[in-house]
Design a protein. Sequence first.
Length: 323
Amino acid sequence: MSKPKVIVTRKWPAEVEAQLTSLYDVQLNENDIPMTANELKQALLTADGLLTTVTDSITADILNIEGKRTKIIGNFGVGYNNIDINAAKNQGLIVTNTPHVLTDCTADIAMLLLLMSARRASEGERLILQQQWTGWKPTQLIGQKVTGKTLGLIGFGRIAQAMAKKAHHGFGMKILFYAPSQPAQTIIDDLQAVRCETIEELLTEANFVSLHCPGGDGTRHLINEERLKIMRPSAHLINTARGDVVDSTALIRALKEGWITGAGLDVFEGEPNINPDFLSLDNVTLLPHLGSATEETRTAMGNCVLKNISAFFTGQNPEDRVV
Ligand code: DGY
């Protein structure tokens, strides 16, 4: 029997590509240039499985192409707001994601941004890189203590809970969270976490606010001018979720005008294009979407896609089905 045909839209870890090559009739993307909408349509016509990632915009227009051969889209990423899920559902396509395997590494990056923002690490590094550091001074680059402060998490899924563990058990932070559903009591007890009834309540109380909700229409500009204005002037905003959860124009004003003290961002509205105003601010730490970027995690994400498509091609239900 011939092997199923799969097309991979971007370059993946070598170990995973080797597995794909041995198991499938695979088309890899060796030069890692993102595929155009037409190339993606063409891929749906020719492959049994399309292996996308979070930078591929899989719109209804692409998904609705007549004569598709593709039955499964294996997304390399826990987030799947890059795919029009309703259109995929209407087209009878199966879509899978890669949950669990990136939880700790993404929580680590959120914690890293929190620490960097609180302790003005980016500013300090720039001082050295620009050869402007003239030596230690009692009043230089004074940041804020993290230990014992209050961390407010918006969204309380796996990544938020992993960050809360690191923050509470490692830094003695108090944990507040806002989430649509109630987590298990054992989790709340372990973290001595307090659930806020409203986002506003959390924003007014937290020293650090970290975002952990999905992207997409439901959360677009959840953090807007009005909400930034009720945060503490000494607070920091951390975003490792999706760029469009924050209104970047409002955030830039908040950072310039001192509504809040700092921000740590791993994701951006319209990334990889970043609002140029961020680049001239001292009180923002910017990372290029590194949340899951460790050798172990990226390989595990690839293996997760392998597991899902292998289930599908052997007539089973993939474990990480989102549609
Ligand atoms: C995801 O998986 O959704 C991240 O944004 C990239 O790892």
